[in-house]
Design a protein around this ligand. Sequence first.
Ligand code: FAD
Ligand code: DHB
Length: 393
Amino acid sequence: MRTQVGIIGSGPSGLLLSQILHHHGIESVIMERQSRDHVLGRIRAGVLEQSTVDMLRAAGVGERMDREGLVHGGFHLAFDGRMEYIDMQKWTGGNSVMVYGQTEVTSDLIEKRLSDGGIIEYEAPAVAIENFLDGKPRVIFEKDGGRQQLDCDFVAGCDGYHGVSRKSIDPGSIKELERVYPFGWLGILADVPPVDRELIYINHERGFALCSMRSHTRSRFYIQCDLTDSVDNWTDEAFWEELRRRLPEAAAQKLVTGPRLEMSIAPLRSFVAEPMRFGNLFLAGDAAHIVPPTGAKGLNLAASDIHYLSRALIAYYSENRTDLLDRYSDTCLLRVWKAVRFSWWFTAMMHKFEDDPLSPRLQRAELDYLTGSEAARTMMAENYVGLPFEPFE
Ligand code: FAD
Ligand code: DHB
C-alpha cells in the first residue's frame, strides 16, 4: 500500500487531519488499532474551544454540532460554601465554548471521512514506523493475522499516549517531561438532566467534583478518587451519594440520579514530549502531550496541532514549501506549554492534596483572589475559551 500521508490513530486528531488534507486534494490512510465500535464507545472530552468548533465547521462536520451542541458563556466555581460565576463572554469580549461530546465529534468525522471515500483500517495496529529519518517512511501494521506495509511521504503519529509513534523514536532524540498526580477522576454518564445550565467546578474538603453535561437530558459528572480505586468499588448509589456530599446546596437539591450509561476512571498527568517532529514523522495530540482534564484542553490541543500540521503539509504539496514543516514543533509547543500551565494551575487550585497541609488555605486564598479580581478572572476566562493560534503562514 502507498499513500501521501500515513496517519496512525483514528481519534479526533487523526480523523480531523485526514479530512482537512482530503479537502486540499492530499491522500491519506488511517490505521486504527481498535474496532470502530470500540472507538465510538469511549466517553471522553466534552468542551470545545471556539477555534476547535471553527475547524470542525471548516472540515464539513459542523452541522450536527451546531444543531445539538450547547453554547456556554461561562462556568461556576464552587468553594467554601460559595458559588461564583466566571462570565467568559464578559471577560473575553464575547467568546464562548461549545459542549459537544468527543464521542459525537469522532462519530461525525468517521461518517464524513467514509462518505468522502476515505480509508480507515480498523483493527489494524501499527507495530513499527521505519525510515522516517531517511525521507521514505513506512508503517508496518497488522491486519487479519498478517503483517503489511504502508509506504508514504509523511507519517502523522496521532495514536495517543500509549501509541507506537513516540516509541519508535530513538530515546536519545526525544525529551519526555512528566508529572503524575496522586489521584484520578471517577466519571459517570447518565440520562438525567444537568444540575445547572452551566458547568460547575467544585473544590471540596472531600475532593474535587465536576458537573458537566452532554445535552439537556444527559449529564456527565466526575469526582476525584484515589489512584488505586476501581470502578468495581462503586455502585451507582455510592457515586451519587458521594457526589451529593461535594455539591453546593443549590445543586445538591437539583441533582437527579439514574442508572449509569458508563462509568470509568481517568488518571491525571501532565506530559510533554519534545520535539514533536523527527524527520518525516510528526507527533500530534495525546501522542505528544497530555494535560490533566481540569482545564478541558486535551482535545482542543489535539485540534490546534492539526491546524499547524495540516497547513504545513498543504504548503508542502501545493507550493513545495518546507519551512512550515520545519517550524511545526516549535510553534505547537508554544501553545502546548501554555495549556499545560493552565491545566496544572487549575488542577492544583481545585483538588485535594493529602500530603500538603498548606494546600486548602492556599486554594481558598487563590479562589477568593481569582473571583474578586478583574485581572485574574480575565486570565482564567481567556485561557478557558482558548488562547489564539500563533501566526503560521
Ligand atoms: P486519542 O483520542 O487517544 O486517539 C488515539 C487513537 O490511536 C486511538 O483511537 C487509539 O486506539 C489509536 N492507537 C493507539 N495505538 C495505536 C497503534 N499502535 N496503531 C493504530 N492505532 C493506535 N479534552 C478536552 O479538550 N476537553 C475536555 O473536556 C476533556 N475531557 C476529558 C475527560 C476525560 C475523562 C479524559 C480521559 C480526557 C479528556 N480530554 C478532554 C482529553 C481528550 O479526550 C484527549 O486529549 C483526546 O482524545 C486526544 O485526541 P487524540 O486523537 O490525540 O488521541
Ligand atoms: C468535561 C470534561 C472536562 O475535563 C472538563 O474540564 C469539562 C467537561 C466533560 O466530560 O464534560
